[in-house]
Design a binder for this molecule. Structure first.
Ligand SMILES: Cc1cc2nc3c(=O)[nH]c(=O)nc-3n(C[C@H](O)[C@H](O)[C@H](O)COP(=O)(O)OP(=O)(O)OC[C@H]3O[C@@H](n4cnc5c(N)ncnc54)[C@H](O)[C@@H]3O)c2cc1C
Length: 505
């Protein structure tokens, strides 16, 4: 029997998606790839993100040569029709897609057989078993992460965690070194563009000129890997030169050094060019060889085997309705300066710096995402579904599965605490402690009111006041809420916050 054609989505580009072992596609199957224009037309994505996805797909097609049928179509349905799917018994296989919409689409097609997901550490069914066992408790990342470490024998010495402890977070929360504008870490991997990138840039220019699509953000040299070879080079460079300092300053921010010691691997991971298992195994090998300290290696393993895996599993576990959760009833629209990434319209240095990073690269590390961008949205009561859409469109590593738990749950507390134990937001004091962003700012992190009132400090108290009743029932927030009673200037603070409205702070 002729092998079935295997359909590769644009985030299934690594060799493991074509590996016939363990229930994979037929050996030597012909490959179908569909570049669907309607995906780009529907939403205003960051230009760098559109570039990365198209460049990665076209590079993969180039590698696969005669084996691939590469279809440019308006929609997936049109692409399948053009490829003759279903005609004369022509059947296809596809690995479990990463979004609910795509999964619904492929499962509804009679001619498509859906294979198990790849690119994650655990099958969905195994998470289901773990979640059932922990029913009644809340599903917490820490317990899940320890279970994954045991299950995959990651950083384990027998039955014990390597180094005798599961969690080295207390070593991984240092403020940035004072008086240094950068960490002076070795530079991350930087790819060289080629003629496929030129062709992608040319197409994007043309579609934009023709009014077919519209983007946010600036076009710039490609910063992230789009091929397996580039992805492996980026992983190697990170593990051998940058992993050592990853842990210590993981939560710190420096205006002139946005990347610090972060890995920049989310793009190749989410395009499916790297498998998470190979990333954590390489990091562990570096520790066992004495080439990287345990706090950095544990911190990195925690991000991938813990957070990334947990977020993927929760996306499916929480169900379709999760995207509409709005426990705090936040309804304000996103202001134009935020939607347009207009960093120059913003006075607050932390927000302006972070927004400029997003505008120029489509990337910032997790603390600016959570404690600068997400916190602004939460304090100002922006609609969580619109915030999720914004993150999805503006970040080069944004996909439906990773956005929903990270934004609806972690950043906007719109799920009322299913994912986190408390809302993640803070006054300016936290940003001041963890960065060099406040010193040159026109606002002062200590000021709640007046001309130089920090929008994060004032916004924090206004947020606690607005949700006083709900938050005082949360034992991790009750003390903070009580602090409201000590504020003699609360009325003035609330008046000034109301006057600011959606204006850029
Ligand atoms: C509001 C918000 C939105 C986010 N949106 C995304 C997103 O769209 N795509 C995305 O991949 N990550 C997202 N994250 C998680 C995290 O910020 C990024 O994975 C990370 O900043 C990417 O940079 P890096 O590769 O240098 O990561 P590193 O700091 O080097 O971490 C290593 C890897 O861990 C994984 N990881 C760590 N935390 C998470 C997490 N919470 N969820 C998923 N993976 C994680 C990533 O694959 C990352 O590459 C978001 C976090 C927040 C708070």
């Amino acid at each position: 029997m002729a092998p079935r054609t295997h359909w590769l989505f644009g985030d299934q580009l690594g060799p493991h998606f074509l590996d016939p072992r363990h229930g994979g596609p037929d050996a030597h199957s012909p490959v179908l790839m569909i570049e669907s224009r309607s995906v780009l037309r529907r939403r205003r994505f960051h230009r760098a993100k559109a570039h990365l996805v198209l460049s990665a797909m076209r590079h993969r097609a180039d590698e696969l040569g005669d084996r691939v049928h590469y279809v440019r179509a308006q929609t997936y349905a049109e692409g399948l029709a053009e490829a003759g799917a279903g005609v004369g018994g022509h059947r296809l296989t596809v690995c479990h897609p990463t979004s609910r919409a795509a999964l619904d689409f492929v499962t509804a097609r009679d001619e498509v057989d859906v294979l198990a997901a790849r690119g994650f550490l655990l099958p969905r069914a195994e998470f289901g078993v773990w979640a059932r066992e922990h029913k009644g408790d809340r599903l917490r990342m820490e317990g899940f992460y320890r279970w994954v470490r045991r299950r995959h024998e990651l950083l384990m010495d027998g039955d014990e965690p390597a180094g005798g402890t599961w969690n080295l977070d207390h070593d991984n929360r240092e403020p940035p070194p004072r008086g240094r504008p950068t960490l002076e870490a070795p530079a991350p991997y930087s790819p060289a563009e080629d003629e496929i990138d030129d062709e992608v840039r040319h197409d994007l220019d043309r579609w934009e000129r023709d009014g077919e699509v519209s983007f946010v953000g600036r076009d710039g040299p490609r910063r992230f890997p789009v091929t397996r070879r580039e992805a492996l080079a980026a992983l190697r460079r990170f593990v051998s030169h940058r992993l050592g300092d990853f842990g210590r300053y993981e939560d710190a921010m420096l205006a002139a050094d946005p990347v610090m010691s972060h890995s920049l691997l989310s793009v190749p991971l989410n395009l499916g060019l790297l498998d998470p298992a190979e990333c954590v195994e390489r990091a562990e090998r570096a520790w066992r060889a004495g080439e990287a300290p345990l706090n950095s290696v544990e911190g990195f393993v925690r991000q991938i085997a813990g957070w990334r895996e947990y977020v993927w599993q929760l996306y499916w576990h929480f169900g379709e309705d999760y995207r509409n959760r709005n426990a705090l009833r936040h309804t304000a629209p996103l202001p134009d300066w935020f939607l347009d990434l207009d960093a120059d319209a913003v006075t607050a240095n932390c927000l302006s710096t972070t927004l400029a990073q997003v505008r120029d690269t489509g990337w910032t590390h997790h603390i600016p995402r959570l404690m600068v961008l997400g916190s602004r949205a939460l304090q100002d009561g922006w609609n969580p579904a619109a915030v999720t859409d914004w993150f999805h469109r503006c970040f080069v590593d944004g996909y439906d599965w990773v956005m929903l738990p990270n934004v609806v749950g972690m950043s906007q507390y719109a799920d009322g605490g299913r994912m986190t134990t408390k809302p993640y937001t803070s006054g300016g004091a936290y940003i001041n402690k963890m960065s060099d962003l406040c010193a040159p700012c026109a606002y002062r992190p200590t000021d709640r009111t007046g001309e130089r009132a920090c929008p994060y400090t004032a916004g924090y108290w206004a947020f606690l006041h607005r949700h006083r009743t709900a938050l005082s029932a949360n034992h991790r927030m009750a003390r903070a809420v009580k602090g409201l009673d000590r504020l003699k200037d609360l009325d003035q603070l609330l008046d000034e916050s109301a006057q600011r409205g959606g204006r850029a702070p």
